[in-house]
Each structure stands twice: as C-alpha cells, then as structure tokens.
Design a protein around this ligand. Structure first.
Ligand code: TYM
Length: 326
C-alpha cells in the first residue's frame, strides 16, 4: 500500500441514489480499487443522527448503504469500509476542535444558513456538523477526499481547522486535505432538474424496485416539445441524467438523437430506463444477496471498524499529549 490516504463518507439517512453514486461513490470505488491509496470509506452514522431519530431505521440504512457500496464494486480487500461510530475517537477529536472554532465561523456554513433560511430548528449536532466532518478527515490524515460540489465548503473548513490546530499547539500534526470534485458530475440533477437529493424527494435510488425505478424515470420533468422538434440536450434533464451512464461514443449518439428531432420524451425516458436497468444487472442481485445476509455486512463493517479505530488511536495518542490531556 502506498502512503496516499483517501477518506470518504456517506450519510445513511435514506437509500443511496445516483447523485451519491456519480458525485462521490464511483470516484471512491475507482481510486480505492486502484490500490494506490489507503482508503477509509465509511457510513457517517453519527452525522445521520442530526436528522434520523429512529434506531432501527438508522441501523437498517447503514447496512443498506454498506451493501450498496459493495454491490457497486468497492473491493473490501483494498478499502477499509466501516461505520463512523466504530471510531468514537472522532467525537473526542470534535470536542477538541470545537474549542478552536467560533460560533460566527460555523454560522457561515451553507448547511446551517440554508436551514436557518427555511426557519428550520437547527440542533447543536447539525450546527457542529462541519467540525465532526473535519475530525473524520483529519483523523486518518487524508490527502484526498472525493465528494460532490455540495461538500466543497466542508473540506475548506477542514483545511482551516487543521491550520488552527497546528498553529494553536505549535505542531505539524494535521496536513491539509484536498477535495476531489470531478467536472461534469459535481452536481447531479434529480428528476425535477434541481440537485438530486433525498430531501427534495427528486432522487432515483440505486437499488429500488423495477416498478419504482420506472415511475421515477417516467416522471422526469420535461418541457412540452413535440416528438418531431429538435431539442437542445444541454437543457434537457433526461439527457443530463442519461449521459452519466455513457462513454464518449454513447454520449455523442445520444446527443444526436436529441438534436436531430424525431426523438420523443417518451422514447428518451424508455431508453434511459433500459440503460439504468442494464447498469443494475448483476449489481442489484449482489445487493439483494447482501441485504438478505446482514451478518455478512456486519462482519465486514466490524473488521473495517477495528482497522480504522487502530489508526485513530495512533492519532489520538499524539493529540491528547499535544493538548495536555495526557
Ligand atoms: P451525503 O450523504 O449527503 O452525500 C454523500 C456524497 O454524495 C455526494 N452527493 C452528490 N454529488 C453530486 N450531485 C448530487 N446531487 C449529490 N448528492 C450527494 C455528496 O457531495 C457526498 O460526497 N457530509 C457528507 C458525509 C461525510 C463525509 C465525511 C464525506 C461525513 N464525513 C468525511 C467526506 C469525508 C455528506 O453529507 O454526504
């Protein structure tokens, strides 16, 4: 294993969708499987607690998210796949970092501001979300963090916090990680054209039933152009989702269909549906097999958790000494 380190998390707040997949998971899987990184890939169940208030739901969703990762091809011999909460040290590090950031600084976080603007109650966990995320990343001394564009600010916060800590204690403990945001998949649109998100209910789940998949795809919002009309693919939501699955050649031929006219939205949606069904071939069976054997997933997560915790203990030993707790 090389000493480049990759860290990435996903919140198990619902079933994973194509925004998660194309925005982050695919890159994580490719990089982790390349063997060029020591990869820490986790289900951010502590972060999920900011919104999920049902133990059974969180447990189930965490296992489903792990199964999704494996079904999508994550090689668990090359990546450490684990529950965030298997490393309670991240909450300890969060507490230490909490004393280095101010409230006005955290009030500038997009997630906080968005919730405030919608007059939602912001619990203290949600307010502190960026600090816990910085702990996740710095705990393993990440070089690279593959994420979608919505997480960019969190990685900037992480770099800030690394610097605050190093300066406060006069050490070179934490290095500043880089986000990896891939052009073209930074913001994946949902079926209504807004950013795909569970909270907007505009998402397409990776492994929903075939009927639900069909329903979602057929309800992608379009304008009222007729079948004959030529259409601009770059302004078309069906195209924007479909192209994610295609290589250069496939993309070219799909663009031509939109541009030439004679390609109805019904045809376009049916073709997208068949592309997604093809993408799911093999993966969905693997997912279902894992989900029906939760003990298998639990074992993988426990094993990953032990490895991640061992790494975290090394960091915390130094940190506790630097700050004077030991
Ligand atoms: P979460 O669960 O909201 O999202 C997981 C990943 O999916 C990406 N993503 C998208 N990318 C492009 N377009 C979309 N429509 C879209 N929807 C989701 C997100 O950018 C993210 O990369 N805070 C993180 C979880 C986390 C984490 C970490 C990530 C906790 N600790 C440490 C990296 C490193 C989150 O909310 O993920």
């Amino acid at each position: 294993m090389s000493n480049k380190i990759l860290v990435s998390g996903i919140k198990p707040t619902g079933r994973l969708h194509f925004g998660n997949y194309f925005g982050a998971m695919r890159q994580n899987i490719e990089l982790a499987n390349s063997g060029e990184y020591e990869s820490y890939v986790f289900l951010a169940d502590y972060h999920a607690l900011t919104s999920v208030k049902n133990g059974d739901e969180l447990r189930t969703q965490t296992l489903e998210a792990a199964a999704s990762y494996i079904a999508c091809g994550l090689d668990i011999d090359k990546a450490i796949l684990f529950r965030q909460s298997s490393v309670p040290e991240v909450t300890e590090l969060t507490w230490i970092f909490n004393n280095l950031v101010t409230m006005p600084y955290l009030m500038r976080a997009h997630a906080f501001k968005d919730n405030e603007a919608k007059n939602k109650d912001v619990n203290v966990g949600l307010f502190d979300y960026p600090v816990l995320m910085a702990s996740d990343i710095l705990m393993y001394n990440a070089d690279v963090v593959p994420v979608g564009a919505d997480q960019k600010q969190h990685i900037e916060y992480t770099r800030d916090i690394a610097g605050y800590y190093n300066r406060a204690f006069g050490v070179e403990q934490f290095k500043e990680p880089k986000e990896l945001i891939v052009d073209g998949v930074a913001v994946i649109p949902g079926i209504d054209g807004q950013k795909m998100s569970k909270s907007y209910n505009n998402h397409i789940e990776l492994f929903c039933s075939d009927e639900d998949l069909k329903k979602r795809v057929m309800s992608i919002v379009t304008d009222s152009a007729t079948s004959e009309e030529k259409k601009n693919p770059d302004e078309n939501n069906i195209y924007k989702i479909h192209k994610l699955f295609l290589n250069e050649e496939g993309d070219k031929s799909l663009r031509a269909k939109f541009e030439n006219g004679g390609y109805s939205y019904k045809d376009a949606k049916e073709e997208l549906l068949s592309t997604i069904m093809k993408w799911r071939e093999g993966k969905k069976e693997k997912y279902n097999e894992l989900i029906s054997n939760p003990e298998k997933i639990i074992k993988i997560l426990e094993e990953g958790g032990r490895k991640a915790k061992a790494r975290a203990e090394v960091t915390m030993k130094m940190v506790r000494h630097q700050v004077g707790l030991q």
